[in-house]
Design a binder for this molecule. Structure first.
Ligand code: NAP
Ligand code: GLV
Length: 311
């Protein structure tokens, strides 16, 4: 049998991934190009933004393993076989990267470091009154793999942390609420909102004018999940009115962010090029190997997506 790796990797990414996959999957036949073997030999596909149709006609396929944590694009692609188990990437190393990014954003907002960076460009020496971590409330939307690591890291740093998810299961030190009806109360208490929701039918466009209006005046948004969670025009309007003080955005409707997009030069927006928690082939290949081994040995697959929920 063979494992197809279907990814839109640049050549340096292939160069990083291939030796890690080969080392983690000894004895497995890895192919990048479908024509390197017969279609019926391919029983596993490892995917990262595969081109549409890449998984069609693979009658023996038993596992689609995403190399990304978010599977919204795969679920939105009608050519991805809907009856084959789809596992997503869950890697503690990625969760820690996400927590580092969220902590950096939170510290920068709390201590005014984004403002000081702007002052430097103006050669302006102007200290501002300090704000303590304990005086800041942050709401983490989504308390899954990434969100729970982020929430616990922020709580350990002294912030008051609120959490929001579909179920009422809380975390130590994180006051958690569940369900759509609780969202306004959560947002209304937060100086900073960190978005770590999956992109689903229920969460697309969540940050519209109405939601942004429930955040307190002068609060900030940190979007580390998906660009389509945000209605860009509504966020720009909320930034323009000063209702939202700052937005840290790692993800966008179109990536790379088009050069003429207003976010690039907006003084209240910090843009990152989708680097909050990149998949690290060194650890991710081991995660892949564990699921491949389970499949080969007839064990249970880990981190399978619930297609009905969309995550
Ligand atoms: P996850 O483990 O599936 O967690 C998702 C969380 O969102 C869960 O806590 C879930 O609630 C909650 N949730 C889902 N739908 C909801 C709704 N309608 N209302 C309230 N809560 C809802 O996902 P993850 O691994 O933490 O990843 C989250 C997202 O981060 C990914 O989908 C991806 O888009 C993004 N991501 C971004 C980067 C980056 O570099 N920027 C890297 C990796 C991932 P329950 O716990 O109650 O089910
Ligand atoms: C990155 O955005 C991921 O979903 O892994």
């Amino acid at each position: 049998m063979a494992i197809l790796v279907a990814a839109d990797f640049a050549s340096d990414e292939w160069a990083a991934w291939w030796p890690c996959l080969e080392a983690a999957l000894p004895g497995e036949r890895l192919v990048r190009d479908r024509s390197a073997c017969r279609a019926e030999e391919i029983d596993i596909a490892l995917v990262a933004n595969p081109p549409a149709g890449a998984l069609q006609g693979l009658a023996s396929l038993k596992l689609i393993q995403s190399l990304w944590a978010g599977v919204d694009r795969l679920l939105g692609d009608p050519t991805v076989p809907a009856t084959v188990p789809l596992a997503r990437m869950v890697d503690p190393a990625m969760n820690r990267s996400m927590a580092e990014t969220a902590l950096w954003a939170m510290l920068s907002l709390q201590r005014g470091f984004f403002g000081y960076a702007a002052q430097q460009r103006q050669r302006r020496w102007q200290p501002h009154a300090p704000v303590r971590a304990g005086e800041q409330t942050v709401a983490v939307l989504g308390l899954g793999q990434m969100g729970s690591c982020v929430a616990l890291t922020l709580a350990a740093h002294g912030y008051r942390v609120l959490g929001w998810r579909t179920r009422g299961v809380g975390l130590d030190g994180v006051a958690t609420q569940a369900g759509a009806s609780a969202l306004p109360q959560v947002l209304a208490q937060a100086q900073v909102v960190v978005n770590l929701l999956p992109l689903t039918a229920a969460t697309a466009g969540l940050f519209s004018a109405g939601t942004l209006a429930t955040m307190p005046p002068g609060s900030s948004l940190v979007n580390l999940a998906r660009g389509a969670h945000v209605v860009d025009a509504d966020l720009l309007a909320a930034l323009g009115s000063g209702h939202i003080a700052h937005a840290v955005l790692d993800v966008f409707h179109t990536e790379p962010l088009p050069v003429d997009h207003p976010f690039w030069s907006h003084p209240q927006v910090t843009v990152l090029p989708h680097v909050a928690a990149p998949t690290d082939p060194r650890s991710a290949a081991l995660v892949v190997a564990a699921n491949v081994r389970s499949l080969r040995e007839g064990g249970a697959l880990s981190h399978c997506v619930d297609r009905a929920r969309g995550y």
